[in-house]
Design a protein around this ligand. Structure first.
Ligand code: SF4
Length: 480
């Protein structure tokens, strides 16, 4: 049996242009690792959108050789932007290999049709995929036919956190990043949040050994030193930080980690600043969302805004070398244009964050997977939102968002405020990048100041293109 997974995060839209992706998706690497345990010959083709099409198809056919059980899969991450091209590739491969089976994974809503997809896996379900490959009966997890679609029960953690160990077949470079997880599950349930495993009272931690193996193998094989921590929140308890500190002690190099952290928890546990430093988490994404007390109460996140300002001051004083990014939401019920602008002004005036950004609230009340819906999506009226007629528009996750209005604005006004305030952040703070973008460009071009990186995007993109070209060449020749 042979399994090949195609993946590609393509690029990010930064404020100053597109940034080419330089990280490998953890999901496909992890699925390969699990599949190999079952005797499957498994591999990935990364950056597949950058391959010359005929070389890609030729390489896929070469990989499958004369095997009779062959599976071509893609990992959709959160959105499905690669699916149309992936379908074209599958159809082309099928002309030579009609017995090919096609699998989609990682999506949040049902995608693809049974005229080209054999099985689809929604959300986190590597356990089900393993069962599928092993020929086990997983029918009780089937949520749809055409194509056969499987999903784990909502909010039940059936998997372990992912920290893939590279195999030597990735042909990666020291300027790329790898994603790992320290734990699964977030004990909070913020009203706007649609992430899996929120409101989970029993988060599962990874082991120190897995984390060390993953990071050390990436370093030994490719010289990789920069990692994204995919955990929804890294600091709701001290355990994850302590785990990472212990793992760091066992590594032969000093890694850099980027993580999502909650500012209000650092405020309640200021000793975490030292834990963050010792963890080598030096790029942080804070979903601050709002600094209006009425709003933070209704969205169940953020606590006391004045305390959050104090925490930002303390963090800046005690961990000045950390890159801190704050994300805000415009349009939340109970807020006002004045408050949003005033909060941004205070942050810029005191330079409380290295960078910040703001997005308008998106409501997804009409999607077919309730697991991906936030409390606001599920019951907009309870939170003060009226869903308007007149169709939907493309939301940030690849499915359609609603038009809405509340006590003081609508989605169009929220978008307008976002543009205005985002410009304040972009022009008034040190960096134009989000935490992900900064971690990415720093891995690509280490050793520059925060401000210098604002001018290095074209150089980083050029380097990424060279790196991907080298990867394609090596992978095409050496595919197993
Ligand atoms: S926004 Fe963050 S802290 Fe809140 S529920 Fe979602 S993952 Fe948890």
């Amino acid at each position: 049996m042979r399994l090949l997974i195609l993946s590609d995060l393509v690029s990010r839209n930064t404020r100053i242009g597109k940034m080419n992706n330089n990280s490998r998706l953890a999901g496909p690497l992890w699925i390969c690792q699990l599949s190999r345990k079952h005797g499957v010959v498994a591999d990935t083709i990364d950056y597949f959108r950058s391959w010359d099409r005929s070389l890609l198809v030729k390489t896929i056919i070469k990989f499958f050789q004369n095997d009779t059980q062959i599976y071509l899969a893609t990992s959709g991450s959160v959105d499905d932007s690669n699916t149309i091209y992936f379908k074209e590739i599958c159809n082309e491969v099928r002309e030579s290999l009609p017995h090919l089976k096609v699998i989609l994974g990682g999506y949040r809503v049902i995608t693809g049709d049974n005229d080209w997809v054999d099985a689809s896996f929604i959300g986190r379900c590597s356990n089900l995929f393993e069962g599928y490959l092993a020929g086990q009966d997983i029918s009780k997890y089937k949520i749809a036919d055409n194509p056969a679609t499987y999903k784990n029960p909502h909010n039940v953690i059936m998997e372990t956190p992912v920290a893939p160990v590279v195999s030597g077949l990735e042909f990666a470079s020291e300027n790329e990043m790898l994603t790992i997880e320290l734990g699964l599950g977030c004990k909070f349930n913020c009203a706007f949040c649609g992430f899996d495993y929120r409101n989970n009272k029993r988060p599962i931690l990874n082991t120190i050994e897995n984390v060390v193996k993953s990071c050390q193998s990436a370093y030994d094989m490719y010289g990789i030193t920069d990692f994204y921590l995919a955990d929804d929140t890294i600091n709701e308890v001290d355990d994850k930080l302590e785990l990472l500190i212990e793992a760091n002690k066992k590594l032969s190099f000093k890694p850099n980690f980027m993580a999502f952290a909650r500012l209000d928890i650092i405020g309640a546990k200021p000793h975490q600043i030292e834990l963050l430093r010792q963890s080598n988490i030096n790029t942080m994404f804070f979903g601050i969302e709002s600094l209006n007390p009425t709003v933070t109460k209704s969205i169940r996140k953020g606590g006391n805004p004045e305390k959050n300002y104090d925490t930002l001051r303390l963090l800046k004083q005690e961990y000045p070398e950390a890159f801190t990014y704050g994300n805000f939401i415009s349009g939340l019920s109970g807020d006002s244009r004045e408050n949003i602008v005033d909060s941004a002004k205070r942050i810029v005036d005191e330079q409380l964050l290295t960078s910040a950004g703001i997005n308008p609230l998106r409501i997804y009340s009409r999607i077919d997977n309730p697991d991906s819906q936030s409390e606001i999506d599920k019951d907009p009226a309870k939170y003060g939102y009226e869903i308007l007629d007149g169709g939907q528009f493309a939301g940030q996750y690849g499915y359609d968002a609603d038009h809405w209005r509340n006590d003081w604005c609508d989605d169009a006004i929220a978008a307008e405020i976002s543009s205005e305030v985002d410009f304040m952040f972009a022009s008034g703070l040190q960096s134009v990048y989000t935490a992900h973008e900064f971690a990415s460009i720093k891995a690509m071009l280490p050793g520059h100041s925060v401000q210098q990186y604002n001018n290095l995007l074209p150089t980083a993109n050029q380097m990424q293109q060279n790196l991907v070209a080298r990867y394609i060449k090596e992978k095409a020749i050496n595919i197993i």
